[in-house]
Structure formats: structure tokens, C-alpha cells
Design a protein around this ligand. Structure first.
Ligand code: 13P
Length: 246
């Protein structure tokens, strides 16, 4: 069975004081020991978070660059993350694909660099409302993932996050059926591209308006192996989402 995985993506939110209080709350909370938990604060607060957070919960960057070091102003390397005990990174979040215009190929290069460097990747994919209405969801999602499969064959340190763009920050969560259908298609695609073993083992988590109210229903679906939580990860109720399977 796949270990349930819950990520918290703080995006560009928080400050020293609020992030310290989120961390303290997590440190004191009773969280399901069967669930893997990773939080992703803004880069500036990664060290502070790692320093204050209890062991057993990992910290992720929200992005990483695809070069080892050098003249790349504003970027952070995989080696720098590892040096700071940051063991995961998000990559390919729709906000970066759309707002920062990251291409599938760029996301794939960064994923390869992170995996080769030994950190885990929460690899995000997802369709726009227009693409869903045009019945292109599976095509869009699998082509985003295909770019990565071309350069990375070992997906044992990749967690796929399916995040329909129309569900992000909108309060409009995908129905359990809508989410399960895409997760199943992603798993079938992994089986075809990377083999049955990878299909069985790779966690496919859901993101998009996950809350303490809807998480338990979603968590029952066979192919939903956890969540990537935005807004609700900044609130005390994040603990209820971590415990969705408990
Ligand atoms: P919300 O949970 O705020 O909808 O954000 C989802 C997300 O983008 C997580 O990466």
C-alpha cells in the first residue's frame, strides 16, 4: 500500500511570526504517524522552519533551479537545499507555469536535477477550465508528465500532485469522481510509461480547495494518495487534513 502523503504549500504567504506559530501548532499536534507530512514555506523561511519544526515532518522548497551553482541571480540550487536539510521541492505548480511562464521542458529539467541530486519532487500538473470543458484534461496532464518521463525514469522520489487550475484557491473542489477519474488515468499512464511497479508505488495526491470538510471523502478514493493543500495549510485545520485517513 502507498503511504498517505499530505503537503502544505504556503505559497507567498506568512511572515516570521505567523510561520513560527504554524510550526509550533504542528509540533504540538497529534498527527497520524502513517501519513507523510511535508510543508513548503517561502524560500526565505525554509531555514527557520527546519530549525523549529519537529523531526518526522519534512520541509520542501516551492521551486529549485536546474543548474548546480553560478551566475543565476535569484535562484536556489539543489545542493543549497540539501545543505539546509530541505529534502523536497515542489515543481511545476500551475502558478509558476502560468504566471512565471515555465514550460513543460523547464519543469522536466528541474525535476531531473532535483532527483539526480537526491531530493524528492512534488510534481504538479493540472488543466484549466477551458481544457476540461474541451475534454482535454487527460491529454494535458499526461503531456505535462511525459516531458518529465522523457528524462527521469526512476519516479520513486516523485509524488505527482494533480491540481486542476479551476479548483485552486476558488473554493471549488473537484468532485470525488472527477478527481478519482484523473488519478486513475495518471496511474494507468505511469504503468504504460514507467511500468507496473511504478504505477503501484507512485503517490498521486490531489490539490485544489482541499479543506477539513472535504478531505475525508476524497481520501476514500482508491487512487487518491493524499493532498497538496494551499490556503488551508496556513490554518490550524491543516491537522485535520493530515489526519484525513486516521
Ligand atoms: P488551495 O488549497 O488554496 O486551493 O491551493 C491548492 C494549491 O495550489 C496547492 O499547491
Amino acid at each position: 500500500p502507498r503511504q498517505f502523503f499530505v503537503g502544505g504549500n504556503f505559497k507567498m504567504n506568512g511572515d516570521i511570526s505567523s510561520i513560527k506559530s504554524i510550526v509550533t501548532h504542528l509540533n504540538d499536534a497529534k498527527t497520524d504517524s502513517n501519513t507523510e507530512v511535508v510543508i513548503a514555506p517561502p524560500a526565505l523561511y525554509l531555514l527557520l522552519t527546519r530549525e523549529h519544526l519537529r523531526s518526522g515532518i519534512e520541509v520542501a522548497a516551492q521551486n529549485v533551479f536546474d543548474k548546480p551553482n553560478g551566475a543565476f541571480t535569484g535562484e536556489i540550487s539543489v545542493a543549497q537545499l540539501k545543505d539546509s536539510n530541505i529534502t523536497w521541492t515542489l515543481l511545476g505548480h500551475s502558478e509558476r507555469r502560468v504566471v512565471l511562464q515555465e514550460t513543460d521542458e523547464f519543469v522536466a529539467r528541474k525535476t531531473k536535477t532535483a532527483i539526480d541530486g537526491g531530493i524528492g519532487v512534488i510534481l504538479c500538473c493540472g488543466e484549466t477550465l477551458e481544457q476540461r470543458e474541451a475534454d482535454k484534461t487527460i491529454e494535458v496532464v499526461t503531456s505535462q508528465l511525459s516531458a518529465v518521463a522523457k528524462t527521469v525514469q526512476d519516479w520513486s522520489k516523485i509524488v505527482v500532485a494533480y491540481e486542476p487550475i479551476w479548483a485552486i484557491g476558488t473554493g471549488k473542489v473537484a468532485s470525488t469522481q472527477q478527481a478519482q477519474e484523473v488519478h486513475k488515468a495518471i496511474r494507468e499512464w505511469i504503468g504504460k510509461e514507467l511500468g507496473e511497479e511504478a504505477a503501484k508505488k507512485t503517490r498521486v495526491i490531489y490539490g485544489g480547495s482541499v479543506s477539513e470538510k472535504n478531505c475525508k471523502e476524497l481520501a476514500k478514493e482508491e487512487d487518491i494518495d493524499g493532498f497538496l493543500v494551499g490556503g488551508a495549510s496556513l490554518k490550524p485545520a491543516f491537522v485535520d487534513i493530515i489526519n484525513a485517513k486516521a
